[in-house]
Design a protein around this ligand. Structure first.
Ligand SMILES: [Zn+2]
Length: 573
């Protein structure tokens, strides 16, 4: 990419060029001055002054990392970080830049203009771009001088820097292409040099939820609006709303019970009532949600890198299940096809919640069975939980024991916090890539599942432990792990047997009450994991009562509880 290509694409092949002290020079003089003089040019056509410009060839912004507090340029390593961060922001911006020039302290970005545009409209879009990218606000005049590509920056004589074209796409745009930016709103953001901050300390988020928590809870919304929007108030509890033309203070910023900063306006005439930082930015800048998040990130020097690679693997998996395995892996298919909806929503959950656990080369995600059940339109989480356990046996997913050493401490803490705060019944999973090799293993194992006659109905810890040993059972039912399962709890066994003999049915509640009356310690974990074995040994089944059964057994409790009864009696009914 050469300077001439760049200037031709810009549509200004011989622009006004300037050297030190704004001395006008010709393009032919450039090479003799390059390396000793600062060399600039004026991209737009017409003259040297703003009001002389007649042809608007391009929008441009100067992304400049600025200087440190001593007034020195940042070291190149630091500047590189800044450049990378800005490059990423540019990649995500819906309108791809026509050209990017790398300078010593940042990037100069161009969007070439293909159609005539009025001075007013040019300035409005120019200002909006500056505000959006938090670019240098001094670079906004139609006659602004920009660095001439392929020339040396020589402000530090001992360390010249070659400013080169790092991308040139020869694309040009029209006013309409910028419609998605609400130009009026963004460009009305006051461009105040004192508030113009360059943030070099960036923080990277790999997960949407972490990012959301950070920007809605950690970021001081009031201060953010003072820094990046037109808020000048001092009193957080009562100030003039910036979402409408407010004569009396009707707005406030406060923290919700769960720690989210909220902006609220009580004026009836205001379009905005209450919302978090994302919603405030959406409203003020008229941006769709994802661009509002991008703007907040760019303002605050945050970076959001979702794991695209793993998402693609998950998308592939869904296609494999839907399109490929029916004929190629018929046994696997016959074992899992009923549970494909559950497996599908689990993939969706994974896409939204992935976290990279870097010490185990494994992606982890966490979600509640209740939530998955709701996504499947089910009222009861039990069936969904069973589906997941069965799919785990079929090696379509892995339940991760959060206590295990392979889980990073940071992640474990997060899951534990989640458990405490809102949901006890959450599990951590990982999903393997459904490669041909993995599917081959699954097919072989599906064959074993079929041979052993294992079905999802009455599928429990004991089923797996009896068929494959307790190690696999621990994996599939991590909540029952570390409970003593090898030796049957004879105490529990006897209690259940006696109660059945007395009443011909028993419920969990009755067993619990028996323990309480006899001042015995209630073995919760043992109960969960051994009841399936005890049921099998005593020839019981668990069924849900109905009106008839309640009458038959003289059950007077409200509702229709689950009861354990002898299998023969159930069959006789
Ligand atoms: Zn308002």
């Amino acid at each position: 990419m050469k300077r001439t290509d760049f200037l031709n694409a810009l549509g200004n092949a011989s622009p006004i060029c300037l050297s030190n002290h704004n001395k006008i020079i010709t393009l032919n003089n450039i090479e003799s001055l390059n390396g000793t003089h600062e060399l600039h040019y004026i991209p737009n056509l017409g003259g040297k002054k703003a009001d002389e410009i007649t042809q608007f060839k391009t929008f441009f912004i100067d992304l400049d990392s600025g200087k440190d507090k001593n007034g020195d340029y940042f070291p190149l390593s630091k500047v590189s970080e800044y450049k990378e961060q800005k490059q990423k922001q540019l990649e995500k911006f819906p309108i791809y830049p026509s050209a990017v020039i790398e300078t010593r302290n940042g990037l100069q970005v161009y969007w070439f203009i293909g159609e005539p545009i009025s001075r007013e409209n040019w300035q409005r879009i120019e200002n909006a771009l500056i505000a959006y990218f938090n670019a240098d606000i001094k670079v906004k005049s139609p006659a602004n001088q920009m660095r001439l590509p392929d020339t040396f920056w020589v402000k530090d004589k001992n360390n010249p820097f070659y400013c080169k074209i790092i991308s040139l796409h020869k694309r040009s745009y029209s006013e309409k292409d910028f419609d998605f930016l609400d130009i009026e709103k963004i460009s009305s953001i006051k461009l105040n040099p004192e508030k113009f901050k360059k943030i070099l300390t960036s923080k990277t988020f790999y997960n949407y939820q972490d990012l959301f928590d950070h920007i809605t809870k950690e970021v001081d919304l009031f201060q953010y609006l003072r820094d990046f929007y037109d808020l000048e108030a001092q009193n957080i509890n009562s100030f003039k709303c910036i979402a409408h033309n407010d004569n009396n203070p009707s707005a406030s910023v406060f923290k919700s019970k769960d720690g989210i900063w909220l902006y609220s306006c009580r004026a009836t005439s205001c379009d905005f009532k209450i919302g978090n930082i994302i919603q405030v930015v959406q409203h003020l800048s008229k941006l769709p949600r994802h661009l509002a998040i991008q703007k907040i990130c760019s303002d605050l020097g945050l970076e959001f890198t979702e794991d695209a690679e793993q998402k693609r693997i998950l998308e592939d998996n869904l296609k494999v299940i839907k399109d490929d395995i029916k004929y190629s892996h018929p046994k696997l298919y016959s074992v899992i096809y009923r549970y494909i909806p559950t497996l599908t929503v689990l993939h969706y959950l994974a896409m939204d919640n992935l976290v990279y656990a870097n010490n185990e080369d494994e992606f982890l995600f966490t979600g509640s069975t209740r939530y998955l059940a709701r996504m499947l339109g089910r009222h009861d989480k039990k069936r969904t939980g069973e589906d997941l356990s069965f799919l785990s046996l079929a090696k379509m997913l892995k339940k991760v024991d959060i206590e295990s050493d392979t889980v990073p401490g940071r992640y474990r803490d997060m899951v534990m916090r989640l458990k405490r705060e809102n949901e006890r019944y959450i599990n951590t999973y990982s999903i393997p890539a459904y490669t041909l090799e993995h599917l081959r293993k699954c097919e072989d194992f599906a064959n074993v599942i079929i041979e052993k006659g294992i079905r999802k109905i009455e599928f429990c810890y004991a089923t797996v432990a009896n068929a494959f040993g307790s190690e696999l059972a621990d994996e599939i039912f991590p909540q029952a792990k570390n409970t003593v399962c090898k030796d049957l709890d004879m105490n529990l066994y006897n209690v259940v047997e006696n109660l059945i003999a007395q009443k011909s049915y028993v419920t969990e509640k009755i067993i619990r009450e028996y323990y309480k009356e006899h001042h015995m310690h209630w073995p919760e974990k043992t109960f969960i994991c051994q009841m399936p074995i005890i049921i099998t040994k005593l020839g019981l089944i668990k069924i849900r009562t109905n009106k008839k059964l309640k009458e038959q057994y003289g059950i007077i409790s409200s509702g229709y509880p689950n009861i354990f009864i002898k299998k023969e009696t159930a069959l006789a009914n």
